[in-house]
Design a protein around this ligand. Sequence first.
Ligand code: SF4
Ligand code: SF4
Length: 216
Amino acid sequence: MIRSITQQKPMEEIEVLLNGINRVFIIGCGTCVTLTQTGGIFQVEAMKNSLSEKGKVVTGTTVVPVACDNLTTDILREFEAQLKQADGLLIMTCAFGVQTIARQINKMAVPALNTLFIGKETGAGEYNEVCTQCGACVIGETGGICPVTACHKGLVNGPCGGTNNGKCEIDSNKDCAWTMIYNRLKDLGRLDVMRIYKKPRNHLGEPSPGKFQIPV
Ligand code: SF4
Ligand code: SF4
């Protein structure tokens, strides 16, 4: 299952972000952050207790089903009175959820989590990064294996000189991404695409904010 992977910010950072916000309404989410245990019912409750101990007034809490869905605004209407009493919102969702809520509720929105990457669940509570949404997908020429996330150096032309018996020179416990790509392409009878030179990635990225429009 693919998820937006998040990690709670250090409490000290959250406290700084909440400076001047004494009455807080806390919002979690029932999807990705519940599975990663960063913004589900239990984490929201723990945050409520922690903030109360630090002298904040928690006017209310809720865990909405899908924070990044526009229906979240309708769900939050149920908490109108508690939201009104709050100076700000502490939002325990991915950045997309924070932005969705911030756009629709006229209160200072403080994220409690850092959004790390899109990840695939590999075991109970374990997620591997599968895509950093680099904006220039190359996996059509790498047998479907993403070198940007799987290679320690993020090389789009590989392997580097350090690959060693199929292991990565940076982490010998890790398979070299480019050896995996070679093996996959070999199995597919398409080693020819290993020879296609890929332009260096544009680390400056696209102009921000990025835009996309479905052609009509
Ligand atoms: S190359 Fe990798 S990081 Fe970039 S879009 Fe494709 S899968 Fe995502
Ligand atoms: S050894 Fe392989 S995975 Fe490691 S940095 Fe070099 S090409 Fe990338």
